[in-house]
Design a protein around this ligand. Structure first.
Ligand code: SF4
Length: 311
């Protein structure tokens, strides 16, 4: 999965689920763009669970849920009204062995014939374990979008944050997803280089984004979560968070120095001080002007207030 998360509030988004008995184990996260999707938990936790900044699944022991349990959940929502999007939680449903994953997506199609798109989080290693034919078979069964956490293009930093993938592995994984005809959404993490490595992180991230050429980019701002290795570094003074304008400067570098065929670039996640949404390359000049106005003003009233920031 990516860092691109929002804690799910089922009651707010989908009252019908509240009335059903779909079971969710622990806190559930999903990408902001899946806010209206039905969430079906295919795994519990993240099978990597080592990224130094991530506290999402530290309290969960990783497991793949059995097909019978998933079918029982799908039975619960079968009559809840038309559902067009389903998101398979938790951290990285693509790690599920191919035969079992096919069973799951086939069950989603069987119980929810109105489904148009199924989404999952994935990491580069698990994408690489799937063959191109595997991904195409999933695509035929409506797996339509993969959310891949990249965080940074800086090779040293990828190692430091224990991302579990190199620059080249991330790019290869991205190309495989696109070749299978599946939409690719990647997340990058403003501030993960700290004050010292911020500009290098932003430049290398622009470079990897260009090499990956995803359909969507979501930029989030790092938040130091207690209980994570990054928090320990922060407490010990080995990690210094850039100030809000430092984070926005990283965003500017990423937008300015990346180059896409066609990409929706957003920083509208609740962790960010400055929400933007741009279609690149078309909106590049306009969005850079808007970012520059904020940076030049140094006016904190133009930023999302601290108390409204969240993961
Ligand atoms: S891959 Fe990393 S960021 Fe994603 S859920 Fe697992 S530990 Fe967290």
């Amino acid at each position: 999965m990516a860092a691109d998360t929002a804690r799910v509030d089922f009651v707010a988004h989908r009252p019908a689920v509240k009335e059903s008995t779909v079971r969710y184990i622990g806190s559930i996260y999903r990408p902001p763009s899946e806010a209206q999707s039905l969430i079906i938990q295919a795994t519990v936790g993240c099978n990597h669970n080592k990224c130094t900044f991530c506290g999402s699944y530290r309290d969960k022991r990783f497991a793949i849920r059995g097909i019978d349990e998933i079918r029982r959940d799908l039975e619960e929502v079968r009559y809840m009204g038309p559902v067009d999007r389903v998101f398979l939680a938790d951290g990285d449903a693509l790690c599920i062995p191919q035969r079992r994953l096919l069973e799951i997506v086939e069950a989603v199609n069987e119980y929810i014939p109105s489904v148009e798109r199924i989404g999952v989080y994935a990491n580069a290693g698990n994408i690489q374990k799937k063959s191109l034919e595997d991904l195409k078979a999933l695509k035929e069964r409506k797996l339509g979008i993969i959310y891949l956490g990249v965080e940074t293009g800086d090779s040293e930093l990828l190692e430091k944050i224990c991302k579990g993938a190199t620059y080249d592995q991330l790019v290869q994984a991205a190309h495989k997803v696109k070749e299978a005809g599946i939409l690719l959404s990647v997340t990058v993490l403003l501030g993960i280089g700290g004050v010292e490595a911020g500009e290098k992180h932003a430049r290398e991230t622009a470079r990897i984004l260009t090499d990956m050429d995803p359909d969507y980019v979501g930029a989030l701002s790092v938040m130091v979560v207690p209980g994570t290795p990054l928090h320990e570094e922060y407490v010990q003074g080995r990690f210094r968070l850039p100030d809000p304008f430092g984070l926005i400067n990283e965003l500017r570098i990423m937008v300015n120095e990346s180059s896409f065929t066609h990409c929706v670039f957003r920083s509208n996640h609740a962790s960010n001080y400055l929400p933007i949404k741009a279609t690149l390359p078309e909106d590049k000049a306009q969005i850079l002007r808007a970012i520059d106005r904020v940076i030049e003003s140094r006016d904190e009233r133009k930023l999302r207030p601290e108390f409204l920031r969240a993961l």
